[in-house]
Design a protein around this ligand. Structure first.
Ligand SMILES: *Cc1c(COP(=O)(O)O)cnc(C)c1O
Length: 367
């Protein structure tokens, strides 16, 4: 996988241009920066001076600290009780979705500086305090704040921002209602609710901070929204080339059979690398600047493409499963749509066997 740092920064600047200079940027780098490699992502984003970084798990935040990240790190998923102490010790800003965990943060802090953001459930349903119960959780959070654990923010998460504005309007209204009923502490207090899609579609709700993810990594956030620059491309080497006389069977289950005299190239990437197996007999690769079909089932370690119409393909040549080659391009969204999923799952699905190479020159190409 080749990842272009300048494109990642470009996409972050697009988010900033949408929400304006008033909102802090918290790029999400969870799940190894959406599969691109968190070390490279943090280094690439540093020149943009983001306010901090967003992760899902305490362990991810601790990893960032050990990389030398000094900026605020916000852990967005509810903190499991067993991880509270480590999170406080690493100076992470934890998300609180229950009073039990808030108590644990208070006892883990015991004089140490500790801060939390409180999650409000406005319709996502998976975590957070119900927005209708704001008087209760607000009072308890203010109490904790008075006792020395800093309550520094309140947030919600949009469930359908990629589909349109009505639910974003509704959820934002619920958050405002909750905030008014809950009260807020003195000092820094960050209100936030926008992911990539909402940052582009409803920037007027950017408030104090936005949390873009997929758009930074090159995933589209809706057909009616601007496209990001391509960030990650996925390449593998041709390792074998053969001619396949009519009727030659291919792969497990022999689900493909040459239709005439064909030429096939075996490429060193399979589902064990995260190439979706559902692309077998369905997806494409780019070889020699041409789009060629993936034929037969994808194996764990290799896949096969039909190169009958591409001259001169040899072992060592590059096949591109996501990215550009010549005038041809396969986007991560095209692959996702073909196999019935979303770009997030495709990107995070590439396994450690796929080497991540970050490049910074805008002229960098992988083919
Ligand atoms: C993953 C995540 C984001 C980023 O969402 P994208 O759709 O990738 O922009 C923002 N906020 C929370 C709470 C998340 O879990």
């Amino acid at each position: 996988m080749e990842i272009r740092a300048h494109a990642l920064r470009h996409n972050l600047r697009s988010i900033r241009a949408s929400v304006g200079p008033g909102a802090r940027l918290l790029p999400m780098v969870k799940a190894d920066a959406y599969g691109t490699g968190v070390v490279g992502a943090v280094a690439a984003l540093a020149p943009e001076r983001p306010y901090g970084f967003g992760v899902a798990a305490v362990e991810e935040g601790i990893d960032l600290r050990s990389l030398g990240v000094r900026e605020p790190i916000l852990v967005l998923s509810p903190t499991p009780p067993a991880a509270v102490k480590a999170g406080v010790e690493a100076g992470l800003t934890l998300s609180i979705s229950s009073l039990e965990v808030l108590d644990l943060v208070q006892s883990a802090a015991a004089g140490r500086p500790a801060a939390f953001h409180l999650e409000v459930d406005t319709g996502m349903g998976r975590s957070g305090f119900d927005w209708r119960d704001a008087p209760q959780w607000g009072a308890r959070a203010l109490q904790a704040h008075a006792a020395g654990v800093r309550w520094t923010g309140c947030f919600t998460h949009m469930h359908s921002a990629d589909e349109g504005r009505p639910t974003v309007d509704l959820q934002w209204g619920r958050l405002q209602e909750a905030l008014a009923a809950a009260g807020r502490p003195e000092g820094e207090f960050l209100v936030h609710g926008l992911n990539s899609a909402a940052s582009l579609r409803c920037p007027e709700y950017a408030a104090d901070l936005v949390r873009p993810g997929i758009f930074l990594y090159g995933g589209r956030v809706g057909p009616d929204q601007p496209a990001p620059e391509d960030v990650a491309s996925v390449h593998a080497r041709v390792v074998h080339v053969r001619s396949a006389p009519e009727g030659t069977t291919l792969g497990y289950g022999s689900t493909y059979r040459s239709q005439g005299d064909e030429r096939w190239a075996t490429v060193a990437m399979g589902y064990g690398d995260g190439l979706p197996r559902a692309l077998g007999n369905r997806g494409h690769a780019l070889v020699g600047g041409r789009r060629v079909p993936i034929v037969g089932r994808i194996s764990m370690d290799v896949s096969v493409v039909d190169i009958t119409h591409v001259a001169g393909v040899r072992p060592g040549h590059v096949a591109t499963f996501i990215g550009s080659d010549g005038d041809e391009r396969i986007s991560v969204d095209e692959v996702a749509e073909l196999v019935g999923t979303i770009s997030y799952e495709i990107l995070t699905g590439f396994t450690p066997r796929v080497v991540r190479i970050w490049t910074d020159g805008s002229a960098a190409g992988g083919s």
